[in-house]
Design a binder for this molecule. Structure first.
Ligand code: ATP
Ligand code: FE
Length: 393
């Protein structure tokens, strides 16, 4: 069995060809990150245009590097939910044309299901296992009981952790930092945090009293926003004009002080302390909710009592500090922590092709007639039992 997977749900145009045993035969990806960094966020029509410009080339490249002729494909799998409407639309209409042309079955894919199943391409992970997905657009904890059998234990009630870290990074003007200029907001925070102290600012972890597995990040973001504003006023330390050597006095006044007279290893400033504290608070919050989910599943015999597996994926999963916090939780609960490598944690075509293979093997959701197939910008993953989790505590 061979599946071509196509992904355009957000800001990456990606495609891959994967075989039944998980071999990646061909792969291609076009990232729009640099364009969106300049606008300070994704502008959907811009994303749509870039998907349109690149999809043909990316799919072609995945196919040609795989040396598989299109006629050999068993099926074409494409992300149809959830995601940005304009982005999903490009991938879906391109795929439907291809399906028509090649006369192949079509497998519509749920983006989060694909993230959750990616680990099975690499490791022999049996169902059931627990998955924590933390990225720029998503934040959820789910029990994976089968290829298409999910129990949603908790989700973010507002924004996702990656989105919050991106907003804080933007507020701190980290893109102007020479060491961080090419990094995503979350990665820049992780980098800067190494030079600050996590307890310098005492941010309270969100939802301490809520006895469920839900998450929240806007409160924390607003608290940090206020602190930054206060520091800017009080100390004036965020004004580069007040301190150190200024290589170019004409530079804008609002660059945080830590970037003044930049010297490696010498960047101890409020910005670094804020980065360390926000990373610490985020890690605590995520670890606590995950701990609760593990306990709930074990109590209900939904997970094995020992050697249960926790899979962590999504862009934020590459944060080593957050991973350490999760390791503490898994060690304390006799669980095994597994993370796909970074390139498979973020959006890619491989996970979509692999989800296609999983669905082919399970005989689930394979369409021979694509009439009526639509994309769905919003679509929860599995059966939502988050209320029950809260009531059980
Ligand atoms: P989706 O939610 O659909 O998966 P996405 O593009 O937001 O889409 P990813 O590409 O998986 O998701 O992840 C990007 C997010 O991960 C960004 O918000 C980014 O700031 C965050 N991120 C990346 N590296 C790190 C890191 N080292 N620490 C914390 N956050 C990080
Ligand atoms: Fe994703």
């Amino acid at each position: 069995k061979l599946v071509l997977g196509i992904e355009t749900s957000c800001d990456d145009t990606a495609a891959a060809v994967v075989d039944e045993t998980g071999n990646v035969l061909g792969e291609a990806i076009h990232s729009q990150t640099e364009v969106h960094l300049k606008t300070g966020g994704i502008v959907p029509p811009v994303a749509q245009q870039l998907h349109r410009e690149n999809i043909q080339r990316i799919v072609q490249e995945a196919l040609s590097t795989s040396k598989v002729s299109p006629s050999e494909l068993s099926a074409i799998a494409t992300t149809v939910k959830p995601g940005l409407a304009l982005s999903l639309g490009v991938g879906l209409s391109f795929s439907l044309q291809l399906v028509d042309q090649l006369k192949k079955p079509f497998i519509p894919i749920h983006h989060m299901e694909a993230h959750a199943l990616t680990i099975r391409l690499l490791n022999k992970v049996e169902f059931p296992f627990l998955v924590l997905l933390i990225s720029g657009g998503h934040c959820l904890l789910a029990l994976v009981r089968g290829v298409s059998d999910f129990l949603l234990l908790g989700k973010s009630l507002d924004i996702a952790p990656g989105d919050m870290l991106d907003k804080v990074a933007r507020r701190l003007s980290l893109v102007k930092h020479p060491e961080c200029s090419t990094m995503s907001g979350g990665k820049a925070i992780e980098h800067l945090a190494k030079q600050g102290h996590k307890l310098h600012f005492d941010f309270k972890p969100p939802m301490q009293r809520a006895k469920n597995c839900d998450f929240s990040f806007t409160g924390l973001q607003h608290v940090i926003d206020k602190i930054i504003t206060q520091k800017e006023k009080e100390e004036g330390i965020f004004l580069i004009g007040r301190v150190g050597k200024i290589s170019n006095p004409g530079l804008c006044l609002k660059i945080p002080v830590c970037f003044a007279g930049i010297q490696k290893g010498q960047i101890l400033s409020s910005a670094a302390h804020i980065a360390a504290a926000v990373q610490h608070t985020t890690a605590c919050h995520i670890a606590k909710r995950t701990h609760r989910a593990i306990l709930f599943c074990k109590q209900r015999d939904l997970l094995p009592q020992s050697k249960a597996v926790l899979v962590v994926s999504g862009g934020v999963a590459s944060n080593l500090y957050i991973r350490k916090a999760l390791e503490i939780v898994t060690n304390a609960t006799q669980c095994t922590l597994l993370c796909p490598p970074p390139r498979l944690c973020t959006d890619n075509g491989i996970m979509i092709a692999w989800n296609g293979i999983e669905r082919l093997r399970a005989g689930l959701g394979i369409l021979y007639n694509t009439e009526g197939v639509r994309y769905e910008p919003k679509c929860p993953l599995g059966v939502d039992i988050s209320k029950e989790v809260g009531e059980a505590a």
